[in-house]
Each structure stands twice: as C-alpha cells, then as structure tokens.
Design a protein around this ligand. Structure first.
Ligand code: ADP
Ligand code: GN1
Ligand code: MG
Length: 389
C-alpha cells in the first residue's frame, strides 16, 4: 500500500515525463473499471488549471502494451479523420513523452526516486516496471455502472457503440495487434476454464459446483459463434469488445454520448460481441455483481431501446446472419464472462480487481442467472431485433 504522498509524488513525476507544465495540485483515484488504475489529476501553472486522466495499464492482462498503444493510436486517428470538427471533449488525446511515446515505462531506483525506461519485459516474473499513459480528462461527463430503468441511456449507448462500429467499417483490421489473444474465442475460453476446474489449484471448485455444471451444460452452446466464424457465416469486423456503459462518457447535463473510452480491446471481432456485451451489462435488472441471483433478469424494454439505437447506425451494414446473431451474442458473451469470473475465482483473483474475497464468485453467479434468463427469452429478443430493423 503506497502512502498518499508517495502516490502524489509518482503522479507528479509522470505528468512531468509527459511534458505537462505546472504543479500537480489535486488527484483522485477513479474506482470504476476492473482492470486498469485510473487517476484524475489537476495541474496549475500559475495561470490556469488543466485536468488529465493518468492511467496505469495492467500488463498482467495486456501482455504487449506497447503494441496496444499503437492500436489505440491508429483507431483514434481513424475516427478523428472522419470527424475533423470534433471538439476536445469528444475525443481522446494521448500525450507523448520527450521520446515520442504515448506511454511511459516507469521504474524506481533503490532510493525511491523514479526513472523512465525503454523496455518492459512482461515475460519476466520479476519485472517491476509500471506502464502508464496520460490523456485528456473529459470534463462534466458521467458514465453509467448500470442503466437500470434508464431507457434513454440504453438508446444513446446503442447509437454510440453502433456509430463506433460503423466508423471502423473501413479500418484495415490487419493493422491491429490482438491485445489479448483469443479474447472472445469462447471455445478457447471454455477449454481454459475446464482445465482450471480440473486443476482446482486452491480447492475452491467445491464452492461453485452448481455453476460449473451449468457452464458444462452449455459448453457446446458457448461455441456457437466460433462455429459460425469458421463456417464463414459471420464477417470479422473491427470491434470494441468491451462495450459496458461505463466505457462511454456522456455529457452530465444533456446525456449526449461524448466519447467511447477504454479502447484497449479494440480488435478484430464480431458485431454481436459489441451488441451483446452492452446487453449483458446494462439491459438487465441488477448490477453485474448483484448478490441476490433472483434479482438478475434480462430487461426487454432496455433491450429494445439498445437495439433501436444500435441498429439505427448499423442496421444497413449487417447481414441477415449477423442480425440473427445479436441475441445469441448477448447470451454467449454473458456465459463467457461467467466462466472468466469463475475461472479467476478458482485461480485466486489474479485478473479482475475485487472488492471482497468472494466477489468473482458472486459476479459469476449473477452472470449465470442473467444467462439463464436470456436463454428463456431468446425468441423475444429475436422478435425485437426483427421489429427494429
Ligand atoms: P478500465 O480498463 O479499468 O475499465 P477505463 O479506461 O474504462 O479503465 O477507465 C475507468 C473509468 O475512468 C471509466 O469508467 C470512466 O468513468 C473514467 N474515465 C476514463 N477515461 C476518462 C476520461 N478521459 N475522462 C473522464 N473520465 C474517464
Ligand atoms: C473488464 O476494464 P473493464 O472494467 O472495462 C474486462 C471485460 C469484462 C468486464 C466485466 C480487458 O472490463 O472483458 O467484460 O471487465 N476487460 C478486460 O465487467 O478483460
Ligand atoms: Mg472500462
């Protein structure tokens, strides 16, 4: 645990490396997000206060963060080129160090002072360097941890992610490095999950027998999209792959979607991953980690609102098979995430940040409850998609 003074000192050093003038006068940890560590910072140069977002990238999760930052550069440039008039709070602008990098590899000397380095060796288990980036803080914005009852938020989210998918239609996917290989390869994910169950390194599997059996029962279903990709039925696009509503910043006053954030997982993928993940996160009756499984249901009104928003942007681009895959995508992504949360619980919570010891188990149970409800309402979802087209 680092002291507040030490964190401030580190953040001030990082701001200097990104060549920001002025002194760090304020900082605040932003607690949402399960992977990276984000801070709001404010600097004062004697004339004005400027605000930024400083973020430590989790390289246990992203094994090649330098290439990932290159992906983000390409994606943000591509979007910028489409919307030249974008005001500053509608885009992400990553700052560069004196070496011209949009990231900083940070090391600590034995006396506690910091220095930057050129390389990061994520393959070395003794590697202690940290990987940081710095970009514009979007002022007067809000993101949603749940959209419960907020139909308009879902509609606007659908529009925003649909537009994002549309803008990347003509982006050459071969330029992108897979920041997390096999990210939504659900056949691969299931293989990893059941190996972990067999190994059961911490003896935790006994606490999740029912959940493991549910995932086993639907293992074949989980591979549906993979089989459709292999059969050439679903085209690979460039997708965001992590389309929670807390990865959109909305204007706090008007709820206008300002910018899509968390571009770390932008990779080749399916439209239904992006459609499905927002449904999983936000078109439901409880938060992702609701401890009372009975409270976790699909909300078809919110589903419809998201479908309307998404299809208003992507409707004419999607093939018949892709439209039919949207509802399946919601269920597959939900099941996949249940296996990821539970797998992480079984290995000792190394991947997702947790707030209490059973958190990943609780998350997995909530996702499975939602998954079961989605399966019950598959026809309803398909019907709504057909009506919205
Ligand atoms: P993680 O990968 O950990 O989810 P995110 O990039 O999504 O990290 O950031 C975490 C949270 O920080 C977001 O949900 C959002 O609330 C806030 N945030 C991220 N970027 C900005 C920004 N540029 N301006 C304002 N808030 C931001
Ligand atoms: C993680 O980083 P964040 O919190 O936006 C995860 C997603 C999960 C999500 C579940 C890189 O997203 O895949 O769906 O948690 N991101 C990564 O809330 O694994
Ligand atoms: Mg995020």
């Amino acid at each position: 645990m680092q002291s507040e003074a030490r964190i401030k000192e580190k953040l001030a050093y990082i701001c200097k490396q990104f060549r920001l003038p002025g002194d760090l006068i304020l900082y605040r940890l932003i607690p949402n997000g399960h992977i990276n560590t984000a801070y709001y910072v404010a600097l004062y140069d004697g004339k004005e206060v400027r605000q930024f977002l400083v973020q430590k990238v989790n390289w246990y999760v992203f094994r090649d963060p330098v290439s990932m930052m290159h992906n983000i550069d390409l994606i943000t440039q591509h979007i910028m080129a489409k919307e030249r008039t974008l005001e500053r709070r509608r885009r992400l602008h990553f700052h560069h160090t004196a070496q011209g990098h949009n990231y900083l590899i940070l090391r600590e000397n034995p006396d506690g002072s910091y220095y930057s380095s050129d390389t990061l060796n994520t393959g070395d288990e003794n590697e202690t360097a940290e990987f940081w980036r710095l970009y514009n803080f979007i002022e007067n914005s809000v993101s949603f941890e749940t959209a419960e009852g907020q139909t308009e938020v879902l509609r606007m989210s659908g529009k925003a992610f649909g537009k994002f998918n549309r803008q990347l239609q003509d982006f050459d996917a071969s330029q992108l490095v897979e920041s997390i290989p096999h990210f939504h390869d659900t056949v691969f994910r299931m293989g990893t999950f059941f190996r972990t169950v067999d190994e059961d390194p911490l003896g935790r599997a006994a606490q999740a027998e029912r959940e493991i059996e549910t995932i086993r029962e639907y293992r074949d279903f989980a591979g549906t999209l993979c089989r459709q990709i292999d059969a050439g039925e679903l085209p690979i696009r460039v997708t965001h792959n992590d389309t929670k509503t807390n990865n959109i910043l909305f204007d706090r006053d008007t709820l206008d979607p300002l910018v899509i954030i968390d571009l770390d997982t932008c990779m080749p993928g399916l439209a239904c991953y992006d459609f499905g993940d927002t449904i999983r996160f936000a078109a439901c009756t409880a938060e992702e980690d609701e401890p009372d499984e009975d409270k976790m249901k699909l909300d078809l009104t919110l589903f419809r609102a998201y479908a309307e928003g998404y299809l208003s942007q992507m409707g004419d681009m999607l093939s018949e098979a892709e439209c039919q895959s949207l509802a399946t995508g919601a269920a597959v992504i939900t099941l996949e995430l249940a296996s990821r949360f539970l797998g992480d619980y079984l290995i000792g919570d190394k991947y997702f940040r947790i707030d209490y010891p059973e958190h990943n188990l609780v998350r997995a149970k909530a996702q499975l409850a939602l998954f079961r409800d989605m399966m019950l309402h598959m026809d309803d979802m398909q019907q709504i998609i057909a009506e919205c087209r």
